[in-house]
Design a protein around this ligand. Structure first.
Ligand code: EPS
Length: 388
């Protein structure tokens, strides 16, 4: 006990498998393997994905840490097989010597002193996000046990932006609308425009990114800390989201818009509603949630709201101006099988990356070797907090 929840991944895009090890889960946690596989399947979906997703059927094989579906306190290890395993076949993985702008190709080749970008691209590939989704989905079992819900979706791309309000009361309806959308956008009008945009990018041999958003409902107050910068939950969330391949910005709540307003139009007034004492706000309600549920790096009982920007996929069918390693001649960049847009998949990755950090902060506050201890700590804290 005492070690923060942590995970590590290993594996290459065209190696035998991806693996994840999640360390720091308490014993007696029922892990929802069906949820892990559902999230893996969702990550493979979305309009604009490449042919790779028709080859793979991602599923987690648990190798350690579980007994009859529950944790025993040891690290949870899982493996996701790659059907397209060809990393050791030089004919099927020839050298890549024309670095693709936007990709890790150039920086990675310079870093590792090689004119072949393949070594870097094998690990830099967003295929690794399958392992990250699985790790996040495992940690989500902790949140499920305490009624904390995490909802991720696509807010928009280019000039298509949805103003749809996301609130706990309509969550089931929003989940259904998102799951019915080819681009994981719960707003039907914007969903159609996003599909159109991705289709246009495809016909123009181009790519498109977008904005993903994650809302977490039911977090008790006090997760995270204002005492040390690395324990601030907003900072941890930003780190986790920025660590997802192709993400270029992260915002919490009102985000960058805070700079455009006076304080009175940014900070969320505090009111007390005794009828809401049983909810995660403990009755301390906020008519607005510009803070995105985080003040001083700690949850304040309101929903946690995180937005991330994904840049367009760096592999363009039409290529981009580049330079050949060795000759330094100007060339069009290499083409490798890829996606036109993976923004829908990115919303699933972000949802599970956020879930992991929330679970980490939750177990940081309510630490224990077993779920019984975690629950006792959680319940006694809430009982004390309700007296304030
Ligand atoms: C991906 C698998 C990859 C790419 C994509 C995401 O498979 P392959 O390279 O074999 O087609 O489709 O990776 C990238 C976008 C990238 O930048 O490398 C996946 O499973 O998500």
């Amino acid at each position: 006990m005492g070690k923060p929840l942590h995970y590590q991944t290993a594996g290459e895009s065209h190696g035998p498998a991806l693996v994840a090890i999640v360390d720091g889960l308490p014993a007696d946690l029922r892990v929802d393997a069906a949820l892990v596989n559902r999230e893996l399947a969702r990550r493979q979906g979305g309009y604009g994905r490449g042919a790779r997703q028709r080859i793979e059927t991602d599923a987690a094989e648990f190798l350690g840490g579980l007994r009859q579906g529950s944790t025993i306190g040891s690290p949870v290890a899982l493996r996701i097989a790659n059907k397209d395993n060809r990393i050791d076949d030089p004919e099927r993985t020839p050298p890549v010597t024309r670095p693709r702008p936007g990709h890790a190709d150039l920086a990675g080749s310079l870093k590792y002193l090689t004119p072949d970008c393949r070594g870097t691209l094998e690990r830099a590939s967003a295929r690794e996000t399958a392992a990250r989704v699985a790790a996040g989905a495992v940690a989500r079992s902790v949140l499920d046990a305490f009624g904390i819900r995490v909802f991720g979706f696509v807010r928009g791309a280019c000039d298509a932006w949805s103003d749809i309000a996301i609130d706990a009361a309509r969550l089931e309806e929003l989940v259904a609308a998102r799951d019915a959308s080819e681009v994981y956008c719960p707003d039907p009008a914007v969903d159609a425009r996003l599909v159109e945009l991705i289709h246009r990018a495809k016909t123009e041999k181009d790519t498109v990114g977008g904005w993903c958003e994650v809302h977490v409902f039911g977090c008790p107050p006090g997760l995270g800390s204002c005492m040390n910068w690395e324990d601030r939950l907003d900072a941890r969330l930003a780190f986790a989201v920025m660590g997802i391949q192709a993400f270029k910005s992260v915002e919490i709540g009102l985000g960058r818009e805070c700079g455009a307003r006076f304080g009175s139009a940014v900070h969320d007034p505090i009111v007390f509603d005794p009828a809401r004492k049983g909810s995660s706000s403990l009755g301390y309600e906020r008519p607005t949630n510009n803070a995105g549920g985080l003040e001083g790096g700690m949850t304040n009982g309101m929903p946690v709201v995180v937005r991330g920007t994904m840049k367009p996929i760096s592999t363009l069918l039409r290529g981009m101006p580049s330079v050949e390693f060795g000759t330094h001649e100007p060339v069009q960049s290499a083409y490798e099988r890829s996606d036109v847009s993976a923004v829908a998949a990115a919303s699933v990755v972000m949802e599970n990356a956020v879930a992991f950090e929330i679970a980490r902060a939750f177990l940081g506050k309510f630490a224990g070797d077993s779920m019984r201890e975690v629950r006792a700590s959680h319940d006694s804290y809430l009982a004390a907090a309700r007296l304030l």
